[in-house]
Design a protein around this ligand. Sequence first.
Ligand SMILES: Nc1ncnc2c1ncn2[C@@H]1O[C@H](COP(=O)(O)OP(=O)(O)OP(=O)(O)O)[C@@H](O)[C@H]1O
Ligand SMILES: [Mg+2]
Length: 311
Amino acid sequence: MTTLEALHLRKNYEIRGTGLKNKILKAVDDVSIVVRPGESVALVGESGSGKSTIAKMLIRLIEPTAGDITLDGERIGRGRAATTRYRSRVQMVFQDPFSSLNPSLTIRHHLTRPLRIHGIVRNRAEEERELRRLLESVNLGPAAAVLAKYPHELSGGQRQRVAIARALAPRPEVLIADEPVSMLDVSIRLEILQLLDDLKRERNLAVLYITHDLATARHFSSQIVVMRHGRVVERGASGDVILNPIHPYTQLLVRAAPDPHSEIFEIDEERFRLSPEVLITDIDPGPTPDASHWARAWTDDPAAAELLASV
Ligand SMILES: Nc1ncnc2c1ncn2[C@@H]1O[C@H](COP(=O)(O)OP(=O)(O)OP(=O)(O)O)[C@@H](O)[C@H]1O
Ligand SMILES: [Mg+2]
């Protein structure tokens, strides 16, 4: 199984100044992270600290300015074929299931595409079986109904389940989840995180969980890496980082958290186990925003658009 390693990653952005000189923004400044199979590492830090920039480098949406990314110690090659191979092993779940799913395409389309591109299925019969398996693995059903739907016909939570199924389609070994629940209704956040946790265990996935939420970082990840201004300020076993923060910034984060010692740590895990199927017909997707929202969100998210165009 696969260990993802980022070594001394840097990403500089040139910011156009008013004078002659452009400024360099060190969005990510010498960050190393290791994520091992069956392990979840949480990346936390304030807005703008460089978390998504790291995610984008790890999924190869942007090139690092410097540093290495390796899978089981092997560097990844350049070029389209190497990127496709890499993405069959490392996949990503985006924050916003509104914009990461194309509103004009059915769920069937979203899930079939990666199966074909990554050569997971050889014929139609295998494809149907695999589509069903994927939906089952994220507890969505009945398959025929879900596959025929468009993203806007699903609730936010259901859409994120589809996005997770799509990420699982190439049978990746590493999953990067960039704030996977922050756009979702509070009431369903935990069940989506629990789903990711179950999948991690079942498939021995290496998971990088990016979040602002220290409580879920501690609950779902064994390691926490704290970032500020592009740099790692503290890292360690989750319990240690939250209960015994050493860096003043981490202490501040822990103090500012609504209640990092709150009930989430006493979660009755069974409560958040899912029923075998979240029947699509059981859930009211809520009011339907007008379609232009998705069109806008979709085109506004070049990272998602680019990734989807190339996966
Ligand atoms: N394409 C870009 N060009 C210039 N600057 C950028 C670009 N992308 C990101 N940045 C800057 O890099 C820094 C890190 O951004 P990043 O999106 O990684 O932060 P983040 O930790 O994910 O924040 P958030 O919690 O709000 O998602 C920010 O200052 C951001 O403005
Ligand atoms: Mg971000």
